[in-house]
Design a binder for this molecule. Structure first.
Ligand code: G1P
Ligand code: ZN
Length: 543
Protein backbone atom coordinates (compact mmCIF):
# COMPACT_ATOMS: atom_id res chain seq x y z
CA UNK A 1 0.00 0.00 0.00
CA UNK A 2 1.33 3.50 -0.78
CA UNK A 3 2.40 4.72 2.60
CA UNK A 4 4.06 7.88 3.82
CA UNK A 5 6.14 8.31 6.91
CA UNK A 6 5.98 12.04 7.33
CA UNK A 7 8.61 13.76 9.43
CA UNK A 8 7.10 15.92 12.08
CA UNK A 9 7.71 17.94 15.22
CA UNK A 10 6.36 17.90 18.76
CA UNK A 11 3.16 19.86 19.28
CA UNK A 12 1.63 21.82 22.09
CA UNK A 13 -0.67 18.88 22.69
CA UNK A 14 -3.34 17.74 25.09
CA UNK A 15 -2.60 18.55 28.70
CA UNK A 16 -2.61 15.47 30.90
CA UNK A 17 -5.89 15.02 32.68
CA UNK A 18 -7.96 16.93 30.15
CA UNK A 19 -10.20 14.96 27.87
CA UNK A 20 -9.04 15.59 24.34
CA UNK A 21 -7.43 18.54 22.65
CA UNK A 22 -9.20 21.77 21.82
CA UNK A 23 -7.57 24.49 19.77
CA UNK A 24 -8.42 27.12 17.24
CA UNK A 25 -9.38 25.45 13.95
CA UNK A 26 -6.47 27.16 12.25
CA UNK A 27 -4.05 25.48 14.66
CA UNK A 28 -5.46 22.06 13.80
CA UNK A 29 -5.13 22.98 10.10
CA UNK A 30 -1.42 23.72 10.37
CA UNK A 31 0.72 21.29 8.38
CA UNK A 32 1.06 17.98 10.28
CA UNK A 33 -0.66 19.30 13.44
CA UNK A 34 -3.75 17.08 13.41
CA UNK A 35 -1.64 14.20 12.09
CA UNK A 36 0.75 14.59 15.02
CA UNK A 37 -2.00 14.47 17.54
CA UNK A 38 -3.71 11.48 15.92
CA UNK A 39 -0.42 9.56 15.81
CA UNK A 40 0.23 10.51 19.45
CA UNK A 41 -3.17 9.08 20.36
CA UNK A 42 -2.49 5.89 18.43
CA UNK A 43 0.96 5.52 20.02
CA UNK A 44 -0.36 6.50 23.46
CA UNK A 45 -2.94 3.69 23.43
CA UNK A 46 -0.38 1.11 22.36
CA UNK A 47 -1.03 1.25 18.62
CA UNK A 48 -4.19 0.49 16.65
CA UNK A 49 -3.05 -2.58 14.75
CA UNK A 50 -5.96 -5.00 14.34
CA UNK A 51 -8.23 -2.69 16.34
CA UNK A 52 -11.73 -1.38 15.62
CA UNK A 53 -12.43 2.31 16.14
CA UNK A 54 -15.65 4.32 16.04
CA UNK A 55 -15.21 7.72 14.40
CA UNK A 56 -17.65 10.62 14.31
CA UNK A 57 -17.96 14.33 14.90
CA UNK A 58 -20.39 17.14 15.43
CA UNK A 59 -20.19 18.39 11.84
CA UNK A 60 -18.30 21.57 12.56
CA UNK A 61 -15.98 23.18 10.01
CA UNK A 62 -13.00 20.88 9.22
CA UNK A 63 -14.92 17.78 10.49
CA UNK A 64 -15.02 16.15 7.05
CA UNK A 65 -11.39 16.82 6.17
CA UNK A 66 -10.16 15.72 9.59
CA UNK A 67 -12.08 12.43 9.33
CA UNK A 68 -10.39 11.69 6.00
CA UNK A 69 -6.97 12.20 7.59
CA UNK A 70 -7.90 10.03 10.57
CA UNK A 71 -9.12 7.20 8.31
CA UNK A 72 -5.96 7.32 6.18
CA UNK A 73 -3.83 7.24 9.32
CA UNK A 74 -5.85 4.42 10.91
CA UNK A 75 -5.34 2.37 7.73
CA UNK A 76 -1.61 3.12 7.66
CA UNK A 77 -1.32 2.13 11.31
CA UNK A 78 -2.93 -1.23 10.61
CA UNK A 79 -6.38 -0.72 12.13
CA UNK A 80 -8.80 -3.53 11.22
CA UNK A 81 -11.92 -1.42 10.97
CA UNK A 82 -13.37 2.05 11.39
CA UNK A 83 -17.08 2.48 12.03
CA UNK A 84 -17.98 5.97 10.85
CA UNK A 85 -21.20 7.98 11.15
CA UNK A 86 -22.67 8.81 7.75
CA UNK A 87 -21.28 12.11 6.53
CA UNK A 88 -18.87 12.04 9.46
CA UNK A 89 -21.67 12.93 11.87
CA UNK A 90 -22.24 11.29 15.24
CA UNK A 91 -23.08 12.76 18.64
CA UNK A 92 -20.72 12.14 21.54
CA UNK A 93 -23.19 9.92 23.47
CA UNK A 94 -23.97 7.99 20.27
CA UNK A 95 -20.24 7.31 19.77
CA UNK A 96 -20.01 6.16 23.37
CA UNK A 97 -22.94 3.81 22.83
CA UNK A 98 -21.59 2.42 19.57
CA UNK A 99 -18.17 1.70 21.08
CA UNK A 100 -19.91 -0.34 23.75
CA UNK A 101 -22.48 -2.01 21.52
CA UNK A 102 -19.93 -3.10 18.91
CA UNK A 103 -17.29 -3.90 21.53
CA UNK A 104 -14.90 -1.61 19.68
CA UNK A 105 -11.45 -0.83 21.03
CA UNK A 106 -12.22 2.86 21.31
CA UNK A 107 -13.33 5.86 19.35
CA UNK A 108 -12.35 9.27 18.10
CA UNK A 109 -14.75 12.17 18.56
CA UNK A 110 -14.27 15.35 16.55
CA UNK A 111 -15.77 18.26 18.43
CA UNK A 112 -15.04 21.29 20.56
CA UNK A 113 -18.32 20.63 22.35
CA UNK A 114 -20.23 23.86 23.05
CA UNK A 115 -17.50 26.13 21.64
CA UNK A 116 -18.27 27.87 18.33
CA UNK A 117 -17.15 26.31 15.06
CA UNK A 118 -15.78 27.74 11.82
CA UNK A 119 -12.45 28.68 10.25
CA UNK A 120 -11.85 31.29 12.96
CA UNK A 121 -13.42 29.38 15.82
CA UNK A 122 -12.63 26.11 17.61
CA UNK A 123 -11.97 22.50 16.73
CA UNK A 124 -11.24 19.51 18.91
CA UNK A 125 -10.49 15.82 18.99
CA UNK A 126 -10.66 13.30 21.78
CA UNK A 127 -10.13 9.61 22.25
CA UNK A 128 -12.61 7.47 24.18
CA UNK A 129 -11.65 4.05 25.51
CA UNK A 130 -13.25 0.62 25.16
CA UNK A 131 -15.75 1.36 27.95
CA UNK A 132 -17.10 4.18 25.77
CA UNK A 133 -15.88 6.91 28.10
CA UNK A 134 -13.19 9.61 27.97
CA UNK A 135 -9.65 8.29 28.29
CA UNK A 136 -8.34 7.83 31.82
CA UNK A 137 -5.69 10.14 33.24
CA UNK A 138 -3.03 7.47 32.70
CA UNK A 139 -3.88 7.26 29.00
CA UNK A 140 -4.07 11.03 28.48
CA UNK A 141 -0.71 11.29 30.21
CA UNK A 142 0.84 8.83 27.74
CA UNK A 143 -0.74 10.64 24.79
CA UNK A 144 0.59 13.94 26.08
CA UNK A 145 4.09 12.56 26.58
CA UNK A 146 4.01 11.28 23.03
CA UNK A 147 3.05 14.72 21.63
CA UNK A 148 6.27 16.05 23.15
CA UNK A 149 8.56 13.59 21.42
CA UNK A 150 6.78 12.60 18.24
CA UNK A 151 8.88 12.87 15.09
CA UNK A 152 7.01 10.82 12.51
CA UNK A 153 3.51 9.66 11.63
CA UNK A 154 2.05 7.09 9.26
CA UNK A 155 -0.57 7.88 6.62
CA UNK A 156 -1.64 6.26 3.38
CA UNK A 157 -1.21 8.40 0.31
CA UNK A 158 -4.59 7.67 -1.23
CA UNK A 159 -7.29 10.27 -1.78
CA UNK A 160 -10.61 10.56 0.01
CA UNK A 161 -12.91 7.74 1.07
CA UNK A 162 -16.66 7.80 0.57
CA UNK A 163 -18.16 8.45 4.00
CA UNK A 164 -21.60 9.42 2.70
CA UNK A 165 -22.83 6.05 1.43
CA UNK A 166 -24.03 3.54 4.04
CA UNK A 167 -22.37 0.13 3.98
CA UNK A 168 -19.21 -1.84 4.56
CA UNK A 169 -16.25 -1.36 2.24
CA UNK A 170 -12.60 -2.18 2.30
CA UNK A 171 -10.04 0.54 1.85
CA UNK A 172 -6.31 -0.19 1.64
CA UNK A 173 -6.64 -3.25 3.83
CA UNK A 174 -8.90 -1.59 6.41
CA UNK A 175 -12.65 -2.05 6.61
CA UNK A 176 -14.71 1.12 6.67
CA UNK A 177 -18.32 0.75 7.77
CA UNK A 178 -20.54 3.78 7.27
CA UNK A 179 -23.51 3.64 9.64
CA UNK A 180 -26.66 5.65 10.24
CA UNK A 181 -25.60 7.79 13.22
CA UNK A 182 -29.09 7.90 14.75
CA UNK A 183 -30.50 4.37 14.51
CA UNK A 184 -28.60 2.53 17.27
CA UNK A 185 -28.93 5.47 19.61
CA UNK A 186 -32.69 5.79 19.03
CA UNK A 187 -33.07 2.07 19.75
CA UNK A 188 -31.17 2.47 23.01
CA UNK A 189 -33.46 5.33 24.07
CA UNK A 190 -36.50 3.22 23.25
CA UNK A 191 -35.16 0.48 25.51
CA UNK A 192 -34.80 2.88 28.46
CA UNK A 193 -37.99 4.91 28.36
CA UNK A 194 -41.72 4.35 28.02
CA UNK A 195 -42.14 5.66 24.48
CA UNK A 196 -45.87 4.80 24.45
CA UNK A 197 -46.46 6.92 27.52
CA UNK A 198 -44.48 9.85 26.11
CA UNK A 199 -46.25 9.52 22.76
CA UNK A 200 -49.59 9.60 24.59
CA UNK A 201 -48.48 12.79 26.33
CA UNK A 202 -47.76 14.46 22.98
CA UNK A 203 -51.00 13.09 21.56
CA UNK A 204 -52.88 14.73 24.43
CA UNK A 205 -51.71 18.16 23.25
CA UNK A 206 -48.53 18.58 25.29
CA UNK A 207 -46.24 21.01 23.47
CA UNK A 208 -42.48 21.18 23.36
CA UNK A 209 -39.65 23.14 21.75
CA UNK A 210 -36.25 21.50 21.29
CA UNK A 211 -33.48 23.86 20.15
CA UNK A 212 -30.74 21.81 18.50
CA UNK A 213 -28.68 24.99 18.09
CA UNK A 214 -27.68 24.05 14.49
CA UNK A 215 -25.62 21.27 16.02
CA UNK A 216 -25.45 17.51 16.00
CA UNK A 217 -28.63 16.62 17.92
CA UNK A 218 -30.95 17.96 15.21
CA UNK A 219 -31.23 14.66 13.31
CA UNK A 220 -31.47 12.70 16.59
CA UNK A 221 -34.18 14.92 18.04
CA UNK A 222 -36.23 14.92 14.84
CA UNK A 223 -36.03 11.14 14.52
CA UNK A 224 -36.91 10.49 18.15
CA UNK A 225 -39.21 13.35 19.22
CA UNK A 226 -41.05 14.03 15.98
CA UNK A 227 -40.91 10.73 14.07
CA UNK A 228 -41.09 8.15 16.86
CA UNK A 229 -42.88 10.03 19.65
CA UNK A 230 -45.24 12.04 17.48
CA UNK A 231 -44.32 15.53 18.70
CA UNK A 232 -45.68 18.14 16.30
CA UNK A 233 -43.53 18.96 13.27
CA UNK A 234 -41.54 22.05 14.14
CA UNK A 235 -40.99 20.90 17.71
CA UNK A 236 -37.29 20.67 16.82
CA UNK A 237 -35.83 24.00 15.71
CA UNK A 238 -32.38 24.77 14.29
CA UNK A 239 -32.27 21.06 13.52
CA UNK A 240 -29.76 20.90 10.67
CA UNK A 241 -26.10 20.62 11.72
CA UNK A 242 -24.12 23.48 10.19
CA UNK A 243 -20.32 23.91 10.06
CA UNK A 244 -20.48 27.14 12.05
CA UNK A 245 -23.65 26.35 14.02
CA UNK A 246 -25.56 29.05 12.17
CA UNK A 247 -22.83 31.46 13.20
CA UNK A 248 -23.87 30.80 16.79
CA UNK A 249 -22.53 29.47 20.04
CA UNK A 250 -23.94 25.95 20.58
CA UNK A 251 -23.95 26.19 24.36
CA UNK A 252 -27.31 25.30 25.95
CA UNK A 253 -27.63 27.89 28.69
CA UNK A 254 -29.95 30.87 29.19
CA UNK A 255 -27.43 33.20 27.50
CA UNK A 256 -26.74 31.33 24.29
CA UNK A 257 -30.16 29.69 24.03
CA UNK A 258 -31.83 33.05 24.58
CA UNK A 259 -34.40 32.61 21.81
CA UNK A 260 -35.66 29.47 23.50
CA UNK A 261 -35.65 31.19 26.90
CA UNK A 262 -37.66 34.10 25.50
CA UNK A 263 -40.20 31.70 24.05
CA UNK A 264 -40.47 29.74 27.29
CA UNK A 265 -41.06 32.92 29.27
CA UNK A 266 -43.33 34.45 26.62
CA UNK A 267 -47.12 34.55 26.25
CA UNK A 268 -47.43 31.37 24.16
CA UNK A 269 -44.81 29.23 25.84
CA UNK A 270 -44.93 25.49 25.14
CA UNK A 271 -45.17 23.11 28.11
CA UNK A 272 -41.55 22.05 27.91
CA UNK A 273 -38.35 23.38 26.37
CA UNK A 274 -34.91 21.89 25.94
CA UNK A 275 -31.66 22.46 24.10
CA UNK A 276 -28.44 20.56 23.49
CA UNK A 277 -24.89 21.56 22.60
CA UNK A 278 -22.50 21.14 19.67
CA UNK A 279 -21.82 17.43 20.16
CA UNK A 280 -25.04 16.51 21.95
CA UNK A 281 -23.79 15.68 25.42
CA UNK A 282 -25.07 18.75 27.28
CA UNK A 283 -28.67 19.74 27.92
CA UNK A 284 -30.76 22.64 29.11
CA UNK A 285 -34.20 22.06 30.60
CA UNK A 286 -36.81 24.77 30.91
CA UNK A 287 -40.47 24.57 31.78
CA UNK A 288 -43.06 27.22 31.08
CA UNK A 289 -41.74 30.27 32.93
CA UNK A 290 -39.37 28.02 34.76
CA UNK A 291 -35.67 27.54 34.09
CA UNK A 292 -34.20 24.45 35.73
CA UNK A 293 -30.58 24.74 36.85
CA UNK A 294 -28.51 21.71 35.82
CA UNK A 295 -27.86 21.01 39.50
CA UNK A 296 -31.60 20.96 40.23
CA UNK A 297 -32.17 18.85 37.13
CA UNK A 298 -29.78 16.20 38.44
CA UNK A 299 -31.50 16.25 41.83
CA UNK A 300 -34.94 15.99 40.29
CA UNK A 301 -34.01 13.18 37.93
CA UNK A 302 -32.54 11.35 40.92
CA UNK A 303 -35.75 11.80 42.88
CA UNK A 304 -38.04 10.72 40.02
CA UNK A 305 -36.00 8.36 37.82
CA UNK A 306 -37.97 5.37 39.11
CA UNK A 307 -40.85 6.57 36.94
CA UNK A 308 -38.92 5.46 33.82
CA UNK A 309 -38.68 1.71 33.04
CA UNK A 310 -34.86 1.59 32.97
CA UNK A 311 -34.64 2.98 36.51
CA UNK A 312 -37.80 1.48 38.00
CA UNK A 313 -35.81 -0.71 40.37
CA UNK A 314 -34.12 2.35 41.89
CA UNK A 315 -30.63 3.78 41.60
CA UNK A 316 -27.42 2.21 42.84
CA UNK A 317 -26.13 5.66 43.74
CA UNK A 318 -25.46 9.08 42.24
CA UNK A 319 -22.43 11.24 41.62
CA UNK A 320 -21.94 14.94 41.03
CA UNK A 321 -18.91 17.02 40.21
CA UNK A 322 -17.66 19.01 43.19
CA UNK A 323 -18.87 22.45 41.99
CA UNK A 324 -22.37 21.07 41.25
CA UNK A 325 -24.82 22.13 43.94
CA UNK A 326 -25.48 19.87 46.87
CA UNK A 327 -29.18 19.56 46.03
CA UNK A 328 -28.70 15.98 44.84
CA UNK A 329 -26.95 15.05 48.10
CA UNK A 330 -30.14 15.80 50.00
CA UNK A 331 -32.27 13.73 47.63
CA UNK A 332 -29.79 10.84 47.72
CA UNK A 333 -29.78 10.91 51.50
CA UNK A 334 -33.54 10.64 51.65
CA UNK A 335 -33.45 7.74 49.17
CA UNK A 336 -30.74 6.06 51.25
CA UNK A 337 -28.36 5.75 48.29
CA UNK A 338 -24.68 6.66 47.96
CA UNK A 339 -23.68 10.09 46.70
CA UNK A 340 -20.17 10.71 45.36
CA UNK A 341 -18.43 14.05 44.88
CA UNK A 342 -15.91 13.91 42.05
CA UNK A 343 -13.60 16.42 40.36
CA UNK A 344 -14.91 18.33 37.36
CA UNK A 345 -14.95 16.31 34.14
CA UNK A 346 -16.90 13.29 33.02
CA UNK A 347 -14.05 10.80 33.15
CA UNK A 348 -14.25 10.59 36.95
CA UNK A 349 -17.76 9.17 36.70
CA UNK A 350 -16.57 6.31 34.47
CA UNK A 351 -15.04 4.20 37.22
CA UNK A 352 -18.10 4.64 39.46
CA UNK A 353 -20.43 3.68 36.61
CA UNK A 354 -18.27 0.72 35.55
CA UNK A 355 -18.16 -0.52 39.15
CA UNK A 356 -21.94 -0.26 39.48
CA UNK A 357 -21.64 2.23 42.34
CA UNK A 358 -23.74 4.89 40.65
CA UNK A 359 -26.55 4.92 38.11
CA UNK A 360 -26.94 8.66 37.51
CA UNK A 361 -24.39 11.45 37.48
CA UNK A 362 -24.18 15.06 36.51
CA UNK A 363 -22.40 18.38 36.45
CA UNK A 364 -23.47 21.98 36.95
CA UNK A 365 -22.26 22.68 33.42
CA UNK A 366 -25.38 21.15 31.91
CA UNK A 367 -24.21 17.57 31.75
CA UNK A 368 -26.37 14.73 33.01
CA UNK A 369 -26.09 11.05 32.28
CA UNK A 370 -26.48 7.48 33.44
CA UNK A 371 -24.92 4.07 33.13
CA UNK A 372 -26.45 3.58 29.65
CA UNK A 373 -23.31 5.14 28.09
CA UNK A 374 -20.07 6.59 29.46
CA UNK A 375 -20.62 10.20 28.43
CA UNK A 376 -23.10 12.79 29.48
CA UNK A 377 -26.12 12.64 27.23
CA UNK A 378 -28.27 15.63 26.31
CA UNK A 379 -31.18 13.94 24.59
CA UNK A 380 -31.27 11.17 27.20
CA UNK A 381 -31.84 13.80 29.91
CA UNK A 382 -34.61 15.37 27.85
CA UNK A 383 -36.30 11.99 27.38
CA UNK A 384 -36.03 11.12 31.07
CA UNK A 385 -37.68 14.45 31.87
CA UNK A 386 -40.42 13.68 29.32
CA UNK A 387 -40.96 10.24 30.82
CA UNK A 388 -41.27 11.78 34.29
CA UNK A 389 -43.64 14.50 33.06
CA UNK A 390 -45.77 11.88 31.29
CA UNK A 391 -45.89 9.52 34.25
CA UNK A 392 -46.42 12.13 36.99
CA UNK A 393 -48.88 14.31 35.10
CA UNK A 394 -47.21 17.33 36.71
CA UNK A 395 -45.60 20.38 35.13
CA UNK A 396 -41.90 21.21 35.39
CA UNK A 397 -42.69 23.96 37.89
CA UNK A 398 -44.82 21.65 40.05
CA UNK A 399 -42.15 18.96 40.13
CA UNK A 400 -39.52 21.49 41.18
CA UNK A 401 -41.73 23.03 43.84
CA UNK A 402 -42.40 19.56 45.30
CA UNK A 403 -38.68 18.86 45.45
CA UNK A 404 -37.82 22.17 47.11
CA UNK A 405 -40.56 21.65 49.67
CA UNK A 406 -39.22 18.23 50.55
CA UNK A 407 -35.49 18.95 50.50
CA UNK A 408 -35.00 22.71 50.50
CA UNK A 409 -33.83 24.75 47.53
CA UNK A 410 -30.20 25.21 46.53
CA UNK A 411 -30.08 28.57 44.77
CA UNK A 412 -27.19 28.36 42.37
CA UNK A 413 -25.18 30.39 39.91
CA UNK A 414 -21.78 30.35 38.19
CA UNK A 415 -19.75 33.46 37.41
CA UNK A 416 -17.11 33.13 34.71
CA UNK A 417 -14.25 35.58 34.22
CA UNK A 418 -12.90 34.77 30.77
CA UNK A 419 -9.58 35.37 29.08
CA UNK A 420 -7.93 36.60 32.28
CA UNK A 421 -4.15 36.88 32.07
CA UNK A 422 -2.90 33.51 33.30
CA UNK A 423 -0.42 35.06 35.75
CA UNK A 424 -3.10 37.09 37.44
CA UNK A 425 -5.55 34.19 37.61
CA UNK A 426 -2.90 31.93 39.12
CA UNK A 427 -1.82 34.61 41.59
CA UNK A 428 -5.40 35.00 42.78
CA UNK A 429 -5.82 31.26 43.24
CA UNK A 430 -2.44 30.99 45.00
CA UNK A 431 -3.28 33.80 47.40
CA UNK A 432 -6.62 32.24 48.33
CA UNK A 433 -5.05 28.80 48.60
CA UNK A 434 -2.45 30.25 50.96
CA UNK A 435 -5.01 31.45 53.47
CA UNK A 436 -7.53 28.59 53.41
CA UNK A 437 -6.40 27.24 56.78
CA UNK A 438 -7.00 30.59 58.44
CA UNK A 439 -10.47 31.19 57.05
CA UNK A 440 -12.78 29.06 59.25
CA UNK A 441 -14.47 31.29 61.79
CA UNK A 442 -13.71 34.52 59.93
CA UNK A 443 -16.37 36.79 58.50
CA UNK A 444 -16.77 37.88 54.92
CA UNK A 445 -19.57 40.19 53.81
CA UNK A 446 -21.51 39.25 56.91
CA UNK A 447 -21.21 35.47 56.43
CA UNK A 448 -19.11 33.26 58.69
CA UNK A 449 -16.78 30.75 57.07
CA UNK A 450 -17.41 27.20 58.28
CA UNK A 451 -14.89 25.15 56.27
CA UNK A 452 -12.30 25.95 53.62
CA UNK A 453 -10.12 23.51 51.68
CA UNK A 454 -8.70 22.53 48.32
CA UNK A 455 -10.61 19.61 46.87
CA UNK A 456 -8.74 16.35 46.28
CA UNK A 457 -10.38 13.12 45.19
CA UNK A 458 -9.51 9.57 46.09
CA UNK A 459 -11.08 7.34 43.50
CA UNK A 460 -12.90 4.61 45.47
CA UNK A 461 -12.52 2.18 42.58
CA UNK A 462 -8.89 2.38 41.45
CA UNK A 463 -7.45 4.19 44.47
CA UNK A 464 -5.91 6.99 42.39
CA UNK A 465 -5.69 10.45 43.90
CA UNK A 466 -6.43 13.70 42.02
CA UNK A 467 -5.30 16.85 43.77
CA UNK A 468 -5.77 20.57 43.14
CA UNK A 469 -9.39 20.23 42.01
CA UNK A 470 -10.74 23.58 43.19
CA UNK A 471 -10.95 25.73 46.31
CA UNK A 472 -14.13 25.43 48.33
CA UNK A 473 -15.46 27.54 51.14
CA UNK A 474 -18.64 26.79 53.05
CA UNK A 475 -20.46 29.22 55.31
CA UNK A 476 -22.50 28.63 58.44
CA UNK A 477 -25.72 29.87 56.77
CA UNK A 478 -25.72 27.03 54.19
CA UNK A 479 -23.90 28.97 51.49
CA UNK A 480 -20.89 27.74 49.54
CA UNK A 481 -18.41 29.34 47.16
CA UNK A 482 -16.08 27.36 44.92
CA UNK A 483 -13.19 28.73 42.88
CA UNK A 484 -11.43 26.91 40.06
CA UNK A 485 -9.65 27.56 36.80
CA UNK A 486 -11.22 26.11 33.66
CA UNK A 487 -9.36 23.30 31.97
CA UNK A 488 -11.08 23.69 28.63
CA UNK A 489 -10.65 27.36 27.69
CA UNK A 490 -8.75 28.06 24.48
CA UNK A 491 -7.57 31.57 25.38
CA UNK A 492 -5.98 32.91 28.58
CA UNK A 493 -7.40 31.65 31.86
CA UNK A 494 -11.06 31.35 32.79
CA UNK A 495 -11.85 31.73 36.47
CA UNK A 496 -15.06 30.04 37.50
CA UNK A 497 -16.75 31.08 40.73
CA UNK A 498 -19.60 28.77 41.72
CA UNK A 499 -22.09 30.14 44.24
CA UNK A 500 -24.74 28.28 46.16
CA UNK A 501 -27.21 29.08 48.91
CA UNK A 502 -29.34 26.44 50.58
CA UNK A 503 -32.75 27.67 51.71
CA UNK A 504 -35.08 25.47 53.74
CA UNK A 505 -37.53 28.11 54.97
CA UNK A 506 -40.82 27.29 53.15
CA UNK A 507 -41.48 31.03 52.83
CA UNK A 508 -38.24 31.57 50.96
CA UNK A 509 -38.38 28.97 48.21
CA UNK A 510 -39.45 31.42 45.55
CA UNK A 511 -36.91 34.21 45.79
CA UNK A 512 -35.14 35.86 42.89
CA UNK A 513 -32.01 33.65 42.62
CA UNK A 514 -29.70 36.63 42.14
CA UNK A 515 -31.03 38.16 45.35
CA UNK A 516 -30.75 34.92 47.30
CA UNK A 517 -27.15 34.58 46.13
CA UNK A 518 -26.05 38.19 46.60
CA UNK A 519 -24.53 37.72 50.09
CA UNK A 520 -22.39 34.71 49.10
CA UNK A 521 -21.39 36.49 45.88
CA UNK A 522 -20.09 39.41 47.93
CA UNK A 523 -18.35 37.08 50.37
CA UNK A 524 -16.62 35.25 47.50
CA UNK A 525 -15.25 38.49 46.08
CA UNK A 526 -14.10 39.67 49.49
CA UNK A 527 -12.30 36.43 50.33
CA UNK A 528 -10.58 36.08 46.95
CA UNK A 529 -9.91 39.75 46.31
CA UNK A 530 -10.71 38.73 42.74
CA UNK A 531 -11.49 42.19 41.42
CA UNK A 532 -8.26 43.80 42.54
CA UNK A 533 -6.12 40.83 41.60
CA UNK A 534 -7.50 40.38 38.10
CA UNK A 535 -8.57 43.92 37.26
CA UNK A 536 -12.07 42.68 36.45
CA UNK A 537 -15.09 44.33 37.99
CA UNK A 538 -17.74 41.91 36.73
CA UNK A 539 -18.01 38.39 35.38
CA UNK A 540 -18.21 37.94 31.60
CA UNK A 541 -20.80 35.22 31.76
CA UNK A 542 -23.31 34.42 34.49
CA UNK A 543 -25.18 31.15 34.19
C1 G1P B 1 -16.07 22.44 31.50
C2 G1P B 1 -17.14 22.19 32.54
C3 G1P B 1 -17.05 20.75 33.01
C4 G1P B 1 -17.13 19.80 31.83
C5 G1P B 1 -16.08 20.18 30.80
C6 G1P B 1 -16.19 19.32 29.54
O1 G1P B 1 -14.80 22.27 32.06
O2 G1P B 1 -17.02 23.07 33.61
O3 G1P B 1 -18.08 20.51 33.93
O4 G1P B 1 -16.94 18.49 32.23
O5 G1P B 1 -16.22 21.54 30.43
O6 G1P B 1 -17.44 19.47 28.92
P1 G1P B 1 -13.92 23.48 32.61
O7 G1P B 1 -13.78 24.47 31.48
O8 G1P B 1 -14.66 24.09 33.74
O9 G1P B 1 -12.62 22.85 33.02
ZN1 ZN C 1 -20.45 18.86 24.58
Amino acid sequence: MPMQFARTEPIDGQKPGTSGLRKKTKVFQRPHYLENYVQSIFDGIGGVEGKTLVVGGDGRFFNDQAIQIILRMAAANGAAKCIVGQGGIMSTPAVSHLIRKRKADGGLILSASHNPGGPDADFGLKYNGPNGGPATEAVTERIYERTKTIDCYKIIASGGMDIDTLGLRSHQGMQVEIVDPVEDYAELMESLFDFDKIAALFASGFTMRFDAMHAVTGPYAKAILEDRLGAAPGTVVNGTPSPDFGNGHPDPNPIWAKTLMDEMYGPSAPDFGAASDGDGDRNMIVGRNCYVTPSDSLALLTAQAHLAPAYAKGLAGVARSMPTSRAVDRVAESLGIGCYETPTGWKFFGNLLDAGKVTLCGEESAGTGSDHVREKDGLWAVLLWLNILAESGKSVAELLADMWKAHGRCYYTRHDYEDVESDKANAMMDALRGKLDDLPGTEAAGLTVETADEFAYDDPVDGSRSTGQGLRVTFTNGARAVFRLSGTGTQGATIRVYLEQLETDPAKLDLDPAEALAPVARAALELSDLQAMTGRDAPDVIT
